[in-house]
Design a binder for this molecule. Structure first.
Ligand code: R7I
Ligand code: MG
Ligand code: MG
Ligand code: MG
Length: 348
């Protein structure tokens, strides 16, 4: 019903915010067992009613997610040129949000070319290969919400929104996969136990249609996301909790291929208890687990958090945790605004 869906919209955007804000201080870390103890204490403290600490600031992941959400509420017909303008305006007003090293060149070119061709600057990245960073995937949650009832519309909008900065196939397909996972979370009843194998099977089925050899190159490794999804199933099945092994198989860096599947794994694995993560709350467990893998912690925790929030809804999120995040009220309002746009059109 609509009350649940509205709570899932908020949960999704707040989950992405909390993952970013809480994960950011650990970005680039290699997590030792000592580091995991520190992380457990960090979350225990943040969850406590009495704890007062400095506000946790968000990074580029949230800055760009806000732009995508604003673009959808201000121009519901989906205007990618407008979205590109918002990205550029946001970057030049607050450049120190931890953006990727190369994507900033795209913003500069978009601005100097006056948004003449919004896809040209991204296409020129990395000698014409396009970036395969996770910068497209990290900002897709508003699109998964907006197109929650329109699968093909979502795929097409996610591809076009990603291509503004990232044109490599792995960046686009990673963003598409992330949006599919969030969309599946929206459809699940939070009172039910997730069938993780089935959740991944559904993603494999969908990615089969996306990772087609449309250039007819017949190259090996033409279905990298499908292979990662199968790896997720094996890891879940084996109950392997060895961090180094998980990182070796799935990755934890800024490449879309080495972070989107990792986020999906973290979300699914955290539905049941994990050694050395002491909490009964599956939302917290998802984000804490994602951060405990180290590497690109803000982005992986943010993508994990958007799935956990889309599944469980915002009522499930500990409000003390939320209190520590910059822009938490604004993010909740953005979710409501997005929901209101869909209500106005009767969810068509
Ligand atoms: O993908 P992008 O927006 O970065 C997002 C990440 C997230 O973790 C954020 O939290 C933030 O910290 O950054 O930015 P890009 O600059 O497009 O890509 C990020 C990095 O990925 C680049 O600086 C490169 O190091 C690497 N990279 C590549 N390296 C070689 N060849 C991306 N694409 C390539 C490539 O094609
Ligand atoms: Mg970031
Ligand atoms: Mg960074
Ligand atoms: Mg990051």
């Amino acid at each position: 019903d609509n009350i649940l869906l509205k709570s899932k919209f908020r949960g999704c955007l707040l989950g992405s915010l909390i993952g970013d804000c809480f994960g950011a201080p650990f970005e680039g870390d290699i997590m030792t067992s000592g580091g995991k103890v520190v992380l457990q204490k960090y979350f225990d403290k943040l969850e406590g009613a009495a704890f007062k600490g400095p506000i946790k600031t968000y990074t580029d992941d949230t800055a760009m997610t806000k732009c995508v959400a604003k673009s959808l509420t201000d121009k519901p017909a989906v205007d990618f040129k407008f979205m590109a303008r918002l990205f550029v305006k946001e970057y030049f007003s607050e450049p120190r949000r931890g953006y990727g090293k190369n994507v900033v060149d795209v913003f500069a070119k978009l601005r100097s070319n006056k948004f003449d061709d919004i896809y040209k600057p991204a296409n020129e990245q990395f000698a014409g290969m396009g970036s395969f960073g996770n910068g497209g995937a990290m900002r897709v949650s508003p699109l998964a919400l907006y197109f929650h009832n329109n699968y093909q519309g979502m795929i097409s909008a996610v591809s076009n929104a990603t291509r503004i900065t990232h044109t490599h196939k792995n960046a686009i397909n990673g963003a598409v996969l992330q949006s599919m996972a969030v969309q599946q979370c929206l459809k699940l009843d939070p009172a039910d136990k997730i069938d993780a194998q089935k959740f991944v099977n559904n993603l494999i089925e969908k990615m089969r249609m996306i990772e087609v050899d449309d250039e007819g190159l017949n190259i090996d490794n033409g279905t990298p996301y499908k292979e990662k999804l199968v790896d997720i199933q094996k890891l879940l099945d084996s109950g392997n909790d060895d961090t180094e092994e998980i990182i070796r198989i799935l990755g934890n860096d800024i490449f879309a291929l080495h972070s989107v599947p990792t986020a999906i794994f973290c979300f699914l694995r955290a539905q049941t208890p994990i050694p050395r993560i002491t909490t009964d709350n599956r939302f917290r467990r998802s984000i804490q687990y994602a951060i405990s893998l180290g590497g690109d912690t803000d982005t992986i925790a943010s993508m994990t958090g958007s799935m956990a929030g889309a599944f469980l809804g915002d009522d499930y999120i500990n409000k003390h945790l939320l209190r520590h995040c910059e822009f938490q009220k604004g993010m909740s309002e953005m979710a409501d605004n997005l929901f209101a746009v869909l209500e106005d059109t009767n969810f068509t």
